[in-house]
Write a protein that binds this ligand. Structure first.
Ligand code: DGL
Length: 278
C-alpha cells in the first residue's frame, strides 16, 4: 500500500504529555494534520510493565491506523522504550518513530563533561534504553538515571507552579547535581511542562534537553525522505490548527482545558473514545 502524503500523522501518549511533542510538530511541520490520542483513562504508564504498556500501545496504534494515518509518533518515552521496537515490526505498513533516540542524540551532543542525567518514569529508567543509546553514540559518557514518579501526577493535576512541586523537583534533581551532571534529558514528555522549575533548581550550568524538538526534526526528515510531506496550506499566524483532531480515553473536558492552556489555539475539538472499542 502506498501512503498518501496528505494523510494525518498519528501521535500518542498516556495523557497530556505528548502535547509537548504535538506542539513541536505543529511548529516545525505547519502543513501537517495531527490525530492525537491521550490514554487518559489508563495514565500513568510509567509504573506499568513492559507487557502492559506494549499492549496499550498496540491498541492505540490499531486505533490510529483505523483513522488512516501516514506515520505514527510515539510521543511517550515509556511507550517508546518498551514498545517501539515490537510495534514497528508488527505494523510495517506505516513508519513509526519514538522520542528516546532523538533525545539521546541531542543530549550526547549537548554535554561537555560527558555526565548526563536522564529523568523519566520508573519504566523508562528501568528499560535502560537511554543509557544504551547514549553510550552507543558517546562511549565516554556516564549516565545517571533518575525515576521521578511524582512528576506525572503533578503535571496532570496542573500543579506545575506550586511550591510543593519545587520541593519534589529538589528531591529528584539534587542527587544528579551531586554527580556533577552538566546535561539532563527530560526523558518523559510530561516533564517539559515542569521545565521552568527544573531549570531553576538545576541552575544555569546545566543544559536541559527536550527530546520533542529533535523528534519533530527526525519526523520531518523521515517524511521528506519518504516523499510524504503534506502539501502547503494556508496558515493562521505561525500555526495551522484547523484539522488537528484529539481523542482521549476519558475526561475530554479536562483534557481540552489543559491542551488549550499549552497549545496556542482557541478551540480544540476533543472526542472521548471508550477503550473498550479497541
Ligand atoms: N509521558 C509519558 C512518558 O513520556 C508517560 C508518563 C506516564 O504515563 O507515566 O514517559
Amino acid at each position: 500500500m502506498s501512503l498518501e502524503k496528505n494523510l494525518p500523522i498519528g501521535v500518542f501518549d498516556s495523557g497530556v504529555g505528548g502535547l509537548t511533542v504535538a506542539k513541536e510538530i505543529m511548529k516545525q511541520l505547519p502543513n501537517e494534520n495531527i490525530i492525537y490520542f491521550g490514554d487518559t483513562a489508563r495514565v500513568p504508564y510509567g509504573n506499568k510493565s513492559r507487557e502492559t504498556v506494549t499492549e496499550y500501545s498496540r491498541q492505540i496504534t490499531t486505533f490510529l491506523l483505523s483513522k488512516k494515518v501516514k506515520a505514527i509518533v510515539i510521543a511517550c518515552n515509556t511507550a517508546s522504550a518498551f514498545a517501539l521496537e515490537t510495534l514497528s515490526k508488527e505494523f510495517p505498513e506505516v513508519p513509526m518513530i519514538g522520542v528516546v533516540l532523538p533525545g539521546a542524540r541531542a543530549a550526547a551532543e549537548a554535554s561537555q563533561n560527558g555526565k548526563i542525567g536522564v529523568i523519566g518514569t520508573a519504566g523508562t529508567v528501568r528499560s535502560g534504553l537511554y543509557e544504551r543509546y547514549l553510550t552507543g553514540i558517546r562511549p565516554d559518557c556516564q549516565v545517571y538515571g533518575q525515576a521521578c514518579p511524582l512528576f506525572v501526577p503533578l503535571v496532570e493535576e496542573g500543579w506545575a507552579n506550586d511550591p510543593i512541586t519545587e520541593q519534589v523537583v529538589h528531591r529528584y534533581i539534587d542527587p544528579l547535581l551531586d554527580n556533577w551532571v552538566d546535561t539532563i534529558v527530560l526523558g518523559c514528555t510530561h516533564y517539559p511542562l515542569l521545565k521552568d522549575v527544573i531549570e531553576q533548581v538545576a541552575g544555569p550550568d546545566v543544559t536541559l534537553v527536550n527530546p520533542a524538538y529533535e523528534t519533530a526534526l527526525e519526523l520531518k526528515q523521515m517524511l521528506t525522505e519518504g516523499d510524504l510531506l503534506a502539501d502547503e496550506r494556508k496558515k493562521k499566524g505561525n500555526y495551522t490548527y484547523s484539522n488537528h483532531t484529539f481523542f482521549v480515553s476519558d475526561g475530554a473536558e479536562q483534557f481540552r482545558a489543559f491542551a488549550n492552556s499549552i497549545l496556542p489555539c482557541e478551540m480544540i475539538e476533543t472526542k472521548d473514545v471508550n477503550v473498550k472499542v479497541f
